[in-house]
Design a protein around this ligand. Structure first.
Ligand code: ZN
Length: 361
């Protein structure tokens, strides 16, 4: 069945954009971003704002879940917005959850959330299938492109200590050691840590929390990296306070996460690619600075995300469409992923901030 939206799009744009992938159409079709912003504004106008008690009365609570208030500002009122879900082949629900918006600060988060002590239940699946082949190559390409976006911060690691938090099978640690960093990582999956240590020559991966590992706990890091980790953290204030403490003078924290300010979220709602099974909280360029300010960071800079193939120059988009995509990303949301560099202190801003649009916190 052809949806009404598709008929409207056909009437407005014809077949011109049929071969542009879904994830890029919103950025390439002229004027679409204004329509999506209007759609978002309407959605927020229509969604009710409930007290936590009202919300709890309406929503069932799973065994490993808990109701929470906004972790960024403490606001307890809830604005229910989305119900992401995935179906099995037989039509039964594989997983689903609810995403609310904080009516005070605009933060998007899963509510009910997952109780931290039950996080392990989310990661029962064996991830070793992800370690090789095109998955690994695509991951490492994204790491390289992100480091380039903040060049020269990650160009030369000689004499510098780096911690990769949530290092998985060591795909980033491998690049970090190649660039000369004295690198180590921590992860909560013992299988991944074992695989990482097989892969690495100088860098080391450890199982457990940072405070459990002596080499990590002594701190003094020049850089900490969070590759697709932030959205998985159920207690972000605690974790970021710890990261700030582990950074030495002049230290930086690199974050890559899904962008809750993305036009694609505004366009696709519950079907947005950032609402994956294990994501708990969704940050934007408005809400991430709140977390950083509250945990003692001095500044932050963002690098717009145009997509890996566009940045690498291998996109199938025509040059004119690729230019339009870049312009729309810069003028609107910063892209579907968010890339941020947080500065521990003034020394870090002085050392690495030139050439970046540093926002002081
Ligand atoms: Zn809030």
């Amino acid at each position: 069945m052809v949806s009404a939206k598709r008929i409207i799009a056909r009437a407005v744009f014809g077949h011109r954009y049929d071969r542009v992938p879904w994830g890029q159409r919103v950025y390439v079709r002229p004027g679409e971003r204004y329509a999506r912003e209007a759609q978002w504004w309407l959605r927020l106008r229509r969604a009710p704002v409930l007290s936590l008690e009202e919300y709890q009365a309406r929503v069932p609570l799973g065994e490993i879940e808990e109701f929470i208030s906004c972790h960024l500002c403490g606001e307890s009122r809830q604005q229910p917005l989305f119900r992401p879900a995935a179906q099995k082949d037989n039509g039964k629900t594989r997983w689903s959850y609810r995403v609310v918006r904080c009516p005070s600060c605009g933060f998007l988060y899963r509510n009910p959330n997952v109780r931290p002590e039950r996080l392990g239940d989310l990661y029962a699946t064996n991830y070793s299938g992800f370690l090789t082949g095109s998955y690994a190559q695509n991951r490492q390409r994204r790491y390289r492109l992100t480091m380039s976006a903040f060049s020269p911060v990650f160009d030369d690691g000689t004499g510098r200590r780096l911690l990769d938090f949530g290092c998985g099978a060591g795909l980033f640690l491998e690049l970090a050691e190649q660039r000369g960093f004295d690198a180590c990582g921590v992860d909560l999956s013992p299988d991944s840590v074992a695989e990482a240590n097989r892969r690495l020559t100088k860098a080391r991966a450890y199982f457990g929390a940072p405070e459990d590992v002596e080499e990590v706990a002594r701190g003094g890091f020049d850089a900490i990296t969070l590759w697709s980790v932030l959205a998985h953290l159920p207690r972000p204030l605690d974790d970021f306070t710890r990261f700030r403490g582990l950074l030495g003078p002049g230290g930086v924290l690199l974050i890559l996460t899904v962008n809750a300010g993305s036009l694609l979220l505004k366009a696709y709602g519950s079907a947005w690619s950032g609402f994956t099974k294990n994501h708990l909280m969704f940050y934007s360029a408005k809400t991430l600075p709140v977390l950083l300010r509250r945990t003692g960071f001095a500044g932050v800079a963002f690098a717009p995300f145009f997509g890996d193939t566009v940045e690498e120059g291998t996109t199938r988009l025509s040059p004119a469409y690729a230019r339009r995509l870049r312009r729309t990303v810069i003028a609107s949301d910063g892209g579907n992923m968010m890339r941020a560099l947080a500065f521990a202190d003034e020394e870090a801003i002085a050392r690495w901030g030139s050439g970046l649009a540093v926002q002081r916190l």
